[in-house]
Design a protein around this ligand. Sequence first.
Ligand code: AMP
Length: 456
Amino acid sequence: MDFASLNLCPPLLDALDEIGYVTPTPIQAQAIPELIKGKDMLGCAQTGTGKTAAFALPILDAMAEDPWSGPRRIRVLMLCPTRELASQINDNIENYARYLDIRSMVMFGGVSQRPQEKLLRRGVDILVATPGRLLDLISQGYVDLSYVQFLVLDEADRMLDMGFIRDIRKILAQIPKKRQSLLFSATMPHSIVELSRDMLYDPVSVSITPEATTVEAIKQSLMFVMKSDKRGLLTHIIKDERPEKVLVFSRTKHGCNRIVKQLGQDGIEALAIHGNKSQGAREKSLGRFRKGTLQVLVATDVASRGIDVSDISHVINLDLPNEPEVYVHRIGRTGRAGQGGIAIAFCDEGEGEYLRGIEELIRQDIPVDDNQPFHSEKALSRKGDKAPKKQQNQGRGRRQPRNHKSNSNRSNRKSNHQSNSGRNSGGRSSGRNSERNSGRNSQRSGRGRSRSQRKH
Ligand code: AMP
């Protein structure tokens, strides 16, 4: 399958050709045709699967087909949890829309709002924003969301984890009900399903399993090591294997800083990105990492969202995450869009329980590499043991109970599938929904007609 068979408009096809996208990724192949039809969508997929193009291309296509006359208005709102991800999405959109008369902008906090005000005054068609700054600028009267036709929530689970749910609901209240809405999330805890019920109308569900995308392409290994030896092992791997580009994960910001300091003492330059670093510092570190002048980047899970560096050779899990899905996210940083990569996980004497959860989730035992100088039989013997209480909530904000989250996710992860979810039909179909539907249908029938008349 190629992009032309997805019936995208020629300016988009030309841009994709130049960017070098030849074959749609599985999520693109599933999502684009449904979104072109105008359906709402509930997508279970993580960053790294090509989901940005999956949602951006059909929206750009619809906008190209239905050009706006008069002053530019925000017709598309994309909400996401972090500045990095927002910038990444906006960069992608600018890339895809290079031959279209469409203006997009990115909006996030932690930087002066002046440049953002200026861009808003000039007029934009697509706004990619994090919720906090958006609400600020709405309350100051700079943002008008009353023309929004397309709404995307990306990494919705992470936004909820970060406590954005009230902000999201306030923003939703400002957007017209007649719209096409898309919600993407790497996991499907109950809170996301609830939000999707309120936000989506008769959505199509698409789901890309981690196994089908990143996990298979990645060479994983597991090293049992005592907590006190992790530093030595990390230095050993970096000096011995000389990996080209390493992303090291730590559960906490403090842990990231400590690793950077310790590596420095061992003669290895590393930089950290996490929520306490300024935007400028994060961008600088990421820029060097991307260019290849920095070998080792140390990140927390939240900060790692939106790191779009396509050639990360190694991901090292210095701590195992206490939620199994996070492990899949982490290792997905290498092996992006089908390329291979190496993921190494350290497991110490207190992390045996987390390891068991991860192996259950990915439905495989991670191969053990005991051919390393710090191998610990003691840590190995603790596999499956309960984690010490102190460690269980480390580095996390509000979160769901672990079992609850894993179980609900598991049921959504069974296979690659695409189905019309009946969730919102029946008893829940309200007047509001039928109103939205009729609006959408009339809007779409026009789109559908001209689409079928296209020639490429
Ligand atoms: P995403 O999941 O949107 O963050 O995309 C992950 C990476 O895959 C990004 O670097 C994209 O530029 C790249 N990508 C997305 N779709 C394709 C495609 N069809 N072919 C090649 N690369 C792609």
